[in-house]
Design a protein around this ligand. Sequence first.
Ligand SMILES: Nc1nc2c(ncn2[C@@H]2O[C@H](COP(=O)(O)OP(=O)(O)OP(=O)(O)O)[C@@H](O)[C@H]2O)c(=O)[nH]1
Ligand SMILES: [Zn+2]
Length: 303
Amino acid sequence: MRTQDMNQTLHGLIVKALGGFYYVKTTHALFACRARGKFRKIEQTPLVGDQVEISPTGEEEGYVTNILPRKNFLVRPPLANIDSLVLVTSIEEPAPNTLVLDKLIAIAEHKDIAPAVVVSKADLEGEEAERFAKIYRTCGFPTFLVSSETGEGVEAVRSYLTNKLSAFCGNSGVGKSSLLNRIDDRLSLETAHISQKLGRGRHTTRHVELYELREGGYIADTPGFSSVDLERCEVILKDELQYCFREFEECIPHCKFTGCSHTCEKGCAVLAAVEEGSIPRSRHESYCALYEDAKNIKEWELK
Ligand SMILES: Nc1nc2c(ncn2[C@@H]2O[C@H](COP(=O)(O)OP(=O)(O)OP(=O)(O)O)[C@@H](O)[C@H]2O)c(=O)[nH]1
Ligand SMILES: [Zn+2]
């Protein structure tokens, strides 16, 4: 960069945050930036995934001067502007847990992040995997059956990820690393090794990095990012929960009572849809369980 360009403002994407530096990818270069003191004053922290303005102080150094408005963000892992949360569940080893999966989907919906469901290890139990995937297809989620052993479904996931900023979430052993390696071999993630060496807890929040895909788009690599991390930080109030189950949407206006909780009321259109089969029963069971939990959360407790 020429010296006369130094005073200009550049626009970029934070792809990594480490040791007090934000690594900002611009069309010129990758800049290692510090944040201006003003962010501390207004209690705003730049996040990986943020679109920012920087003021260069050298060829590859500068300051983050402005954070552009975020469309969404997560606290843990600290990540902004996520287009898609890819929820990976293996059909066996470990077996799926619909309640956890449905909770994560609800959190994504609540945060305005598009959820996608990946049913992994489909080679182990093909029919069962199909049946499971159907639940989520019925509800309208992008749903993929994959096997990192055979390569089945990998291309479909790859094309779904193109030009998005995605984060993968799934419990240990569901096959996230294997799948990411299949998607892009440059993603041969260190994470499995790192998280094993350091122990899950210690490593989870510290380091988030965006990897650029060959076809365009980014994947957030967050070692050990599991359902627990998300669940711990995100709360959905009971009245908001119904809107986090997208397959309820058409029914809600047809419930007999306003304020229907869709758990037990007479004349509930959601319950009727469950009986009739257009809303999968396991989804409604998850809703009821989450509703029970949410009843115990008071708005003032969140303050
Ligand atoms: N049969 C079968 N096994 C798989 C598949 N994908 C992964 N595995 C196996 O499942 C185990 C876990 O896979 P990983 O890719 O390490 O899982 P992970 O979700 O990244 O796990 P963590 O790193 O602990 O978060 C390994 O033994 C893999 O060989 C698959 O598609 N089919
Ligand atoms: Zn209802």
